[in-house]
Design a protein around this ligand. Structure first.
Ligand SMILES: [Zn+2]
Ligand SMILES: [Zn+2]
Length: 347
């Protein structure tokens, strides 16, 4: 079969590789769509500690089950499935309490097992046990289902923050993740949603998700912080989501939060540049809650597929590019230049 093989940072190649065998308690999926994630870009550019080349990455997968192991009951050949990568152990302290997203033994498809930038992908037994593999609701395309994975973490984040009716939500970063946050905050009833970014082109793409206010923030200036206070009767935002890998944005988030506000640090920072200076007194005296948010539990993936199917999240609107596997470089370029929201590859 054809697969896109990551060879070393900056080098990926379409190769002929053996088709995966069906695990006894797993299955094989014919990949119909695989989204390019921001983390795929980073892996392509500078490698990943848990990806040993040569390796097939790609973890935002949707496809059709073409083989099932003898002992698999939940799925049959022909099922359309969305595959999300986290694989939980099911037995650690967190898993025993159902807090799967904090599993201390979490592994991922496309890291511990080969991923979906290929014609076929094997789904191991472990992923079926506690993984996030769900049937695609009727009416959703493979392309839409493939991007259910990144939205799942956003749903988890708002659940932790308890976003609801009285909240004014600011989202810093208008990439696809920021846009998912807009729609999820809206679905949870937030009264006002403000989206900001440093790039005009991103704000233009994000307009289709109808945030109440779009703000272009100029790095180094504090005008956007003043605007947030002006838009909230001087209170500040009750929920601030940092959906970009920027320490400055994290500082801004703390500065623009209302008293008692919840601040979601959603984007990780580059690992050699992750120290950020805060006015800790703001956190103390204004009673702020700073919350780290990453990954999700299987239920969040199910919730997202349902939100896609019911139109609460306009999945199709995120997909700006659909490309064949061999044109992956075009997809990467579109993402890097801020001209794309989600790019989906079709083997
Ligand atoms: Zn992803
Ligand atoms: Zn666990």
């Amino acid at each position: 079969m054809k697969a896109l093989v990551f060879l070393e940072p900056g080098r990926m190649e379409l190769q002929d590789v053996p088709k995966p065998e069906c695990p006894d308690r797993g299955m094989v999926v014919k990949v119909e769509a695989c989204g390019i994630c921001g983390s795929d870009l980073r892996t392509f550019q500078s490698g990943h500690p848990r990806v040993r080349p040569p390796w097939v990455i790609g973890h935002e997968v949707a496809g059709v089950v073409v083989e099932v192991g003898k002992e698999v009951k939940k799925f049959s050949v022909g099922d359309r499935v969305a595959v999300a990568p986290p694989v939980y152990c099911g037995v650690c302290w967190y898993c025993r309490r159902g807090i799967y997203y904090l599993c201390v033994n979490q592994r991922e498809l496309a890291q511990a097992w080969p991923g979906g930038f290929a014609e076929y992908m094997a789904i191991p037994e472990e992923a079926l046990a506690f993984g996030s593999i769900h049937k695609i609701p009727e009416g959703l395309s493979f392309e839409e289902a493939a991007i259910s994975e990144p939205a799942s973490s956003c749903v988890n984040a708002h659940e932790i923050a308890g976003t609801s009716l009285e909240d004014t939500v600011v989202i810093i970063g208008a990439g696809p993740i920021g846009c998912f946050h807009v729609e999820i905050a809206r679905a949870r009833g937030a009264r006002k949603i403000i989206l900001m970014d440093v790039l005009e082109s991103r704000l233009e793409l994000a307009r289709r998700f109808s945030p109440d206010v779009l703000i272009r923030n100029i790095p180094g200036s504090s005008e956007h912080i003043d605007r947030v206070f002006a838009l909230t009767d001087g209170l500040g935002a009750s929920v601030v989501v940092v959906a970009c890998p920027s320490g400055e944005a994290q500082q801004d988030a703390i500065a623009m939060a209302a008293k008692g506000g919840r601040i979601l640090f959603f984007g990780g920072l580059p690992k050699d540049n992750s120290k950020v200076v805060f006015d800790s007194n703001l956190i103390h005296y204004r009673g702020l809650h700073v919350i780290g948010a990453t990954t999700f539990s299987p239920k969040h993936h199910e919730i997202v597929l349902d939100m896609f199917a019911t139109g609460k999240i306009h999945a199709r609107e995120y997909i700006t590019h659909v490309l064949p596997l061999e044109k992956f470089a075009e997809g990467f370029d579109a993402l890097l230049s801020g001209k794309a929201l989600k790019v989906v590859l079709k083997p």
